[in-house]
Write a protein that binds this ligand. Sequence first.
Ligand SMILES: C[S@@+](CC[C@H](N)C(=O)[O-])C[C@H]1O[C@@H](n2cnc3c(N)ncnc32)[C@H](O)[C@@H]1O
Length: 373
Amino acid sequence: MTDTDTPLDIYLVALPGHETALASEAKSLGFGPATVQPGGVTIQGDWSEVWRANLQLRGVGKVLVRLGSFRAMHLAQLDKRAHKFPWAQTLRPDIPLKVDVVCKRSRIYHAKAATQRIETALKDSLGVEISAEATLVLKARIEDDLCTFSLDTSGEPLHKRGHKEAIGKAPLRETMAALFLQQMGYDGTQTVVDPMCGSGTICIEAAEIAMGLAPGRSRSFAFEHFASFDAGAWDKMRSQAPTPNGPLPQFFASDRDAGAVKMAGENAARAGVGDLIAIIRQGVSELQRPDTKPGIVLVNPPYGARIGNRKLLFSVYGALGKTLLERFSRWRVGIITSDEGLAKASALPFKPTEAPVSHGGLRVTLFQTDPLP
Ligand SMILES: C[S@@+](CC[C@H](N)C(=O)[O-])C[C@H]1O[C@@H](n2cnc3c(N)ncnc32)[C@H](O)[C@@H]1O
């Protein structure tokens, strides 16, 4: 069951392959010890740490909180124990709720029947309305006869920062862009160039990091509807002034598509970083080296599996590699793609890669170089 004095188990959902990178980010932001598991990272803390995780972590997809657990060998036991569960510590009777049940290796194997028992207990003991359209989601996992309740404290997935109205054909998730930047060693002080910027995700994330802007500053979260929510303390946390990491670097985004350039500009302006990013329309072969200290080129070219024709893409990756090798001496390059053959077509000297990140049915890898010769 729950105990108000013990810290909460906070589960940070990661894209498979990005768990360790997320744990590093959590560490750098001062969260307590992290346990890495497939699909996420567990940390501990109180409710204010839950809010802070939602507000500040760039690489997390959702923040879940474990409310408590009990053994349930059969439906009558689930029914009885769910009626006794201290729901009112966290949930409010006036906020509708949806219940999501998963059963695994348990005597209770019928998720629909289990859902019905839990929903009835919530209605009877808390008086809450159960609705399939509710934004608040209570998750029950019945595994090895142990029923564990968790709450999704985020609501909308956290890659939705709340600034992007315009997106292209194959936008990179903000959470992925942020962790790939981190894996490139970006710390908010280096110049970043993205010559295939699409909706602008990479440069927008990089500029926000440089300015010390919290990724969740403009959006709302499910936890605002919990009984544990303290609006005054949250406002104070959210309104803390951003702290830039040092002198602001410059950001250069470009794309050959006029629509993408317009979209990236609008997205950057909405995020409040429009002044920091130079966004122009040009093909990758026209890319010039900026007049700054060597920095980072991070680019997410089209992948054959998603859009376009793979044969044509060989020449695009080839042109990208040629331009970078000729003009970007001493810059480090990262290419985000699901296609190793295409990455190799760039002829860039890649280091051994880390685990690919699974997303949208693809395994996406960051291919990175040391400073180019
Ligand atoms: C996968 S999308 C990039 C998505 C982007 N990271 C985002 O988050 O929206 C690839 C982009 O490369 C651009 N592109 C393709 N070939 C190009 C070329 N030869 N020169 C410049 N841009 C190119 C496309 O217009 C498209 O916007």
